[in-house]
Ligand binder design. Sequence first.
Ligand SMILES: [Zn+2]
Length: 654
Amino acid sequence: MNDKILALKWRPDYFDDLEGQDHIRMALINALDEKRLHQCYLFTGTRGVGKTTIARLLAKGLNCEMGISGKFCGKCESCVGIKENTSLDLIEIDGASKTKIEDIREILDNVQYKPTKSRFKIYIIDEVHMLSKSSFNALLKTLEEPPQYVKFILATTDPQKIPLTVISRCLQFKLKPITTDILNKQLEKILMHENITFDIEAIAQISKEAKGSLRDALSLTEQAILMSSTDNKHISDSLVRSMLGLISQEDSLNFLIKFAKEGVNCLSKALIFFNAKGVDWLKLLKNLHSDLHKVAMYQVLSENLFITDASTEEYKRKIEYLSNKFSPQEIQVFCEIIIKSIKDLEFSPTEQTGFEIAILRMYAFRIDEGEFLFKASDMNSASESEGIKRNCLKQNNKQEVVSEQNNNFIKENKIVSSKTEDNNFEQIVEKKIESKTNLTNEKHSFSGDIEKPSLSDSLIKSRNLLRAKEEKKKDKLTTLSAPNGKTDSEGFDKKSSLEEPIHPEKMIINQEKIHSSHLISNLSDENDEFINIEKWSTIIEKLSVSKISKQILLNSAMKKHKQLINLFLRDSHKQLQQKKYMNEIKSELSDFFGEAVNIEVFITKEGITPNERKDFLREQKLTNIKKEINTNENVKFFIENFDAQVDYNNIELY
Ligand SMILES: [Zn+2]
């Protein structure tokens, strides 16, 4: 290896050596061969894509002693002079250092003198956008009436800063960033010539880091060569990683998997790991973003995503795993958070802090559909629902064993026998809910999980609502009976037993009637075949399906007739309807109903989906809150006396 740096040593001598700019190469060769020459050429493109290289090739083609040609000889005095930088008729100007009008005027004054030896006097002005306004004006005058023997070749990374009057007098060529494929091949070729061994991954990392610039790729390679040991020149993957402060895509993907499994608990170990690697936190965030992008794409395209790329089986498996762990909405929120964190990184005390905040924020925003659903449907205040519970107890008139500690139903001794299949179905639903509730309670007593009680309470409430409806359906007369001893000991208020029993279904319908009669007809299961929406929501919560399958269900209304289940899926979510999710739904619902069911999906607006109901309840809650705000005396005072305005858009529901 000689002393020359790679970028200079491997600068193309002929158009045929030029890599990655085929469209420009062909255009210039043809123009030279057909002698269709322009006074001024402008090459634009990001740094290191070959602007000045092409300018020099063009100069050779124009001045070769063998004649104007795209296939110049490269051996004549003129060609060698241009290559060695000794030609008197090639004047190279660095626009960045000669910005002043005096500099440009001095150069342009010489335009009137003919070339000393060659055919043309060629001016190459690099970074031409750096010239001052008056310099451009001087240049423009020359460009308007240039002598026949003068050619200008301008190059810039920022064509926006060049006056249009100048651009319009140039033949403009836009150079494209060089693809990583071409960069890879070029680096492999060069390293093989230089007798340096390398890992394919190492070269791929350098190409990726160079972002389309061959010059950057070459100088990074040069740096890697210098860092490799002197007696055994080898560019290894680990060497490039430590040089670039990179973590592998695998590391960020593994982190996401840990995060999906353990939440923020994985953070402390991950920080130790990344710190030991001397990670660049910005790059780590970017890696996470590109992983999440892959997962989001996989959720839509499934296996088709990998048709055109050579990802390993393990990588595919991990992406698939994550696509089941996170919902499409979560992925979108995560991407938003990461992009925001990347932007805010410079304001963080340290980059690591910025990364930590991003992960904590992702954790805080993980959507728990189940929790939210129950909170939203729990419209009544605590005391009201207690009242409902008691009334339900009385109405049911069944033998209930009430647990001393949590007042939850553990066991139901008597199940009202039923004749129709529909009733069987309702009972299965109830029993399932009950058994799962008990399971939750048991778990609670062992694990002491904080979140469980609220969930099981909600389940109990939902169950009681369901039971009350069932009672109504059977058209039983309300029987007022004295509460049993156990409920009495729980502090039962005897006064309330004398009051008119509150019918839970009536309450819900009354609230919802305010808004939409359409919803009511779909909500009641007496005159419609659709399964009651609350029941449907509860069933979905009980199924252990992937996030995507759950999204399909939450956006579908449901009818069940014998072993056939019809899902009325919304158009907005039809792309989720893929075979593997449908199979999962089928098997889970079969498990749930204890019989093999068939699923048919219709893309339609029919019925009400759990998500639509959730939105509706939320909207309703918001309306009530607005009403409350408007009638509040304090708010009125501020509006009347201080011209205050209520910002309704910032109401937050918890
Ligand atoms: Zn020549």
